[in-house]
Design a protein around this ligand. Structure first.
Ligand code: BG6
Length: 471
């Protein structure tokens, strides 16, 4: 299909950008906040702790004013569960309730629609110590937290996201700092039981949202990206279908249709990892109904059939950088058609469009992009500038593909790249920067934390002003 003319984006398109609490706020163990697993994890080597981050906790007014200057229509941020409930359940921290209330008010004062993620990788440590998501109780612990959010912010927040990247928590929890499988006999059994509980918590929360806040909209926020077969060998296509199901469709099939994906089910059977499903669970799953699909997109992956090579040969053939492999199910390989960022992440704007197409043809729900972006070692010049042309290029190419996807009939509600402001990466420190706003600090030298507008700041301002016409 040759597209010669792209369509305009909808007038009410939600332009914005994203952050998450533990990566941006700082003040991680003060003002009544309890520790989350992010605060108690072993720090990745060479990276600083989370006590300051971008110090958004103390700079939120200035930061939201800068977002307003860029023209943001929405700001996606997450609520730290342990700022609201320091132990995960029980006593509420009034200072935490007030903080997010103030952030929400500040957004609204600037005509920015708050887009609130309830849970972004920061499970309360107190709950983790009891067994975290492995326990059945975790379902209602999450729903209790969600209820508190709806009660306190439901009068002002119209858009809610349940769980950020549940699929990454399940697939690569160790890299995010949330996976601890010491002493676990069958890792898959544990992971997919945890996953089942998260899916139940999500379904119950979506239902509760519709009951308590009939005008609000809620959706899941997994990381979805299309998996390519390494060649047109039929077996490579089967491998790509396997990984697409395990990485992507499990999460959306459950959120939207309330059922387990059949390929994943087969995979779980083979791993002896079918989760315990209690009577009534599948009715709960089917009662969720998201209003939209939010998804994070960074890059596609490419996989080959795992033809039963020896472990040494498999390790040699699989490019570790390319991602994970699953013996007998798929083997990740580098896609030689794509360039990479300086952190080795493949760049694939057309894969973005392919991902929109695929999600829309499967689920027919409006979509919003809640993360997409390029991490780089940005440099502040002596006259206070950051020339991040590479980021502009990356974002421009991805927005072009959104426009093409829209012209092909995909319903896209908005675009929130990662990240609004520099913040701490999941495991590569704060020097891996993503923001439109530069935060003047190094990994260990906090400097003055002053904010600077990067070149991408002015570029994005123009993009928003012209509703994506001027890229
Ligand atoms: C997403 C997460 O997976 O990717 C963010 O939701 C994260 O929390 C982002 O920061 C970029 O990844 P990284 O590892 O470069 O920080």
């Amino acid at each position: 299909m040759i597209i010669t003319k792209t369509h305009k984006l909808p007038e009410n398109f939600l332009w914005g950008a994203s952050t998450s609490a533990y990566q941006v706020e700082g003040e991680n163990l003060t003002h009544g906040k309890g520790p989350s697993v992010q605060d108690t994890k072993e720090l990745p080597p060479g990276t600083s702790g989370l006590d300051v981050c971008a110090d958004f906790y103390n700079h939120y007014k200035e930061d939201i004013a800068l977002m307003a200057e860029m023209g943001f229509k929405t700001f996606r941020f997450s609520v730290a569960w342990t700022r609201i409930l320091p132990q995960g359940t029980g006593e509420v921290n009034p200072e935490g309730i007030k903080f997010y209330s103030d952030v929400i008010d500040e957004c609204i004062r600037h005509n920015i629609e708050p887009l609130v993620t309830m849970f972004h990788f920061d499970l309360p440590d107190a709950l983790d110590k009891k067994g975290g998501w492995s326990r059945r109780e975790s379902v209602d612990e999450f729903v209790n937290f969600a209820r508190i959010l709806f009660e306190n912010y439901g009068d002002r927040v119209k858009y809610w996201l349940t769980i950020n990247e549940q699929n990454m928590l399940t697939l690569v929890g160790e890299a995010i700092g949330t996976g601890n499988y010491a002493g676990v006999e069958n890792k898959y059994k544990k992971l997919y039981q945890d996953n089942h509980h998260m899916l139940l918590a999500q379904a119950k929360t979506m239902k509760l949202c519709h009951e308590m806040l009939p005008n609000a909209k809620i959706g899941p926020a997994p990381n979805i990206s299309l998996i390519y077969p390494a060649s047109c060998k039929p077996k490579d296509v089967l491998a790509a279908q396997n990984f697409n199901a395990i990485r992507n469709w499990l999460y959306l099939d459950m959120a939207v249709f309330g059922r387990y994906n059949n390929l994943v089910w087969k995979f779980l059977e083979e791993q002896d990892a079918i989760p315990e499903i209690l009577p009534g669970d599948m009715e709960i799953m089917a009662s969720g109904h998201p209003d939209f699909i939010a998804f994070n997109y960074y890059n596609t992956s490419t996989v080959a059939w795992d033809d039963g090579l020896s472990p040494e040969e498999t390790a040699r053939k699989a490019d570790q950088q390319a991602g994970q492999s699953e013996p007998g199910v798929f083997l990740s390989v580098r896609n030689e058609n794509l360039t990479t960022t300086e952190f080795g992440w493949e760049i694939d704007p057309e894969g973005f469009r392919a991902t929109f197409r695929e999600i829309y043809s499967r689920y027919h729900l409006p979509m919003i992009v809640t993360e997409n972006g390029l991490g780089a070692y940005d440099k502040l010049t002596e006259d206070g500038k950051v020339h991040d042309q590479y980021r502009i290029e990356y974002l421009r190419k991805h927005i072009e593909q959104i426009k093409l996807a829209v012209s092909e009939g995909c319903e896209v509600m908005g675009y929130c790249p990662w990240s609004a402001i520099d913040l701490v990466s999941t495991h590569e420190g704060i020097v891996k920067r993503y923001g439109f706003i530069y935060v003047n600090r190094d990994e260990f030298d906090l400097k003055d934390l002053a904010r600077y507008r990067k070149d991408s700041f002015y570029w994005y301002q123009k993009v928003i002003e012209t509703n994506g016409e001027e890229l």
